[in-house]
Design a protein around this ligand. Structure first.
Ligand code: GLY
Length: 522
């Protein structure tokens, strides 16, 4: 049986990670050598038990064991479930020399690991991660714990496993959604510390489903190697290990505010990575090109990035709640370059304040990427129907910027998102009213091509109707900056003057109340 071994060097808490396909006999050999004779307590969940029931039997063949199948999902990562594990261990006469086997995904690993860390003041645990996410992240590094209603992982312990068995055979039966979710943690590792892995991911992009077994093994090993190297240098997260929280500050808040179980952890992390990269750009740490690459990669992999499924206010309220105490700022990992991350102390209030702008940026990039406007798609004379796009009830026409009345964007301006030529969109109905093209395109020297794509009064209307007033105003403001005589933009602003007052009044009212009662409005 072919397998590879990687050691996590942590003094007397060092352990081996075994990689391979169908490595259950290695697992049996390991248990017989280190835990001969005793009963092994296997903790899994009902989903894993129903999919991998036969595997559990195969892995544990010949080893005295009992099995507990927990209710599945992040929504059960709570103290009730931990108590279930304590009861299981007590009924099974687990002693100080007993072994817990966490057989499943990240939630099972965290819960079983925590129960092992605390039962009888600590018994041994080994991890057999069955999801990509748990293979590349949670099974390695010894973080265990559970969620409170107030926040994710608020209770936990560092408890390193005695061994980790990473078998890529489990990935063969993993559904696409869970595989994709695991990829988010791989992308995180690449961004935070492995430029070669990043390049490989960019090359694979949306074709990840056709990765060969060998390629999966390479990707998993690279991610695990990076994680292990960080854990070796900072086991208890005094500083460096915080870079592994890349994407998690906003990601955790999305996971919590949407209700645990709605988004998979990896899906929230994917969104968090993109949103925090935009924040990094605003803070002058992350380059625009890297943000574009990341957004294109994640959307190509199939992650929706602009719909956290919760109001920004709830996300804002949840930010920072997974910290172990109330803090006013966080050491936020931000990507300086692929494979290079830096920690920047950022006030939580600033992250909250930036959320609407970040979402607007993500939406613009997602729309442009989703429209997937290929160069030359709007050549005059081609069937107009081929250039029509439906967004909600509206029909938009995609036109090359060159067709606009204002100065054309020359080819040398450079590629935009997805290396596409800059284009403009506007509703078909408006085009009929303004055949000459109502929105002049921006001057090429001022607007990068990636931003020239979607900036019309109609788009501002779309944002406005979705409640994103500041983004809508920004779009109209930019149109007027380029063309102060634009009548439609002027009329649009005039029509909303009343809203400005209402909003200003509301803000004034809130500020007065905050002062009065000492609330923090951030
Ligand atoms: N999942 C982040 C860490 O293990 O530190």
């Amino acid at each position: 049986m072919n397998h590879e071994t990687m050691t996590v060097a942590l003094g007397d808490r060092s352990y081996d990670i075994f990689f391979g396909r169908e490595i259950y006999s290695l697992f049996q050999e390991w248990i017989c050598r280190f835990y001969p004779g005793g009963t092994v307590h296997v903790v899994t969940d009902r989903n894993v038990a129903s999919i991998y029931g036969d595997d559990i039997q195969r892995w544990l063949a010949g080893i005295p064991h009992d099995v507990l199948a927990l209710p599945p999902g992040e929504e059960h990562k709570n103290f009730d479930t931990v108590r279930e594990i304590y009861g299981f261990l007590a009924r099974g006469d687990a002693g100080r020399d007993s072994l817990v086997v966490a057989f499943g995904g990240g939630v099972v690993g965290d819960l079983a690991g925590f129960a092992a860390a605390t039962y009888l003041r600590g018994i041994s645990c080994i991890q057999v991660p069955t999801t990509l996410l748990s293979q590349v992240d949670s099974s390695v590094g010894g973080k265990t714990g559970f969620n409170l209603p107030e926040g994710k992982n608020l209770v936990g312990a560092f408890h390193q496993p005695r061994a980790v068995f990473i078998d890529d055979a489990f990935l063969l039966t993993l559904d696409d959604r869970n595989l994709r979710a695991g990829l988010a943690e791989v992308v995180k590792c690449a961004l935070a510390g492995d430029a070669e892995l990043w390049d490989r991911l960019l090359a694979v992009g949306g074709k990840w489903k056709s990765l060969s077994g060998e390629e999966w093994r390479w990707v998993v090993r690279r991610a695990v190697r990076f994680k292990a190297s960080v854990v070796e240098r900072d086991e208890r997260e005094a500083s460096l290990r915080r870079i592994l929280n890349l994407g998690h500050t906003i990601g955790h808040a999305m996971e919590k505010s949407g209700g645990y179980g709605r988004l998979l952890h990896g899906e929230a992390v994917a969104m968090g990575l993109a949103w925090e990269a935009i924040l990094g750009m605003k803070l002058g740490v992350t380059g625009e090109e890297l943000v574009d690459d990341l957004v294109t990669l994640l959307i190509g992999m199939g992650f929706p990035l602009d719909d956290p499924g919760a109001a920004l206010t709830s996300i804002a309220a949840a930010i920072g709640m997974d910290k172990k105490r109330m803090v006013s700022d966080v050491d936020l990992p931000l990507v300086a370059a692929p494979g290079r991350c830096e920690l920047r102390r950022v006030p939580l209030a600033e992250i909250r304040r930036e959320l609407p702008g970040i979402r607007a940026e993500i939406r613009e990039r997602s729309i442009a990427r989703e429209l997937n406007i290929p160069a030359g798609n709007a050549i005059p004379g081609e069937s107009p129907v081929s250039n029509l796009v439906h967004v909600g009830d509206e029909v938009y026409e995609i036109r090359a910027v060159e067709e606009n009345a204002a100065p054309a964007v020359p080819a040398e301006v450079g590629p935009g998102i997805g290396q596409e030529r800059a284009t403009a969109v506007e509703p078909e109905s408006e085009r009929a009213e303004h055949p000459a093209g109502p929105e002049p395109s921006p001057a090429p020297s001022e607007i990068p091509a990636a931003h020239a794509a979607v900036r019309t009064v109609t788009l501002a209307d779309l944002y406005w109707s979705q409640g994103e007033h500041s983004t809508a105003r920004r779009i109209v403001g930019e149109i007027l900056r380029d063309d102060p005589a634009n009548l439609r933009a002027q009329a649009w602003l005039a029509a909303r003057a009343g809203y400005d007052l209402v909003e200003a009044d509301l803000l004034g009212f809130l500020e007065t109340m905050a002062k009065e009662y000492g609330y923090d409005l951030s």
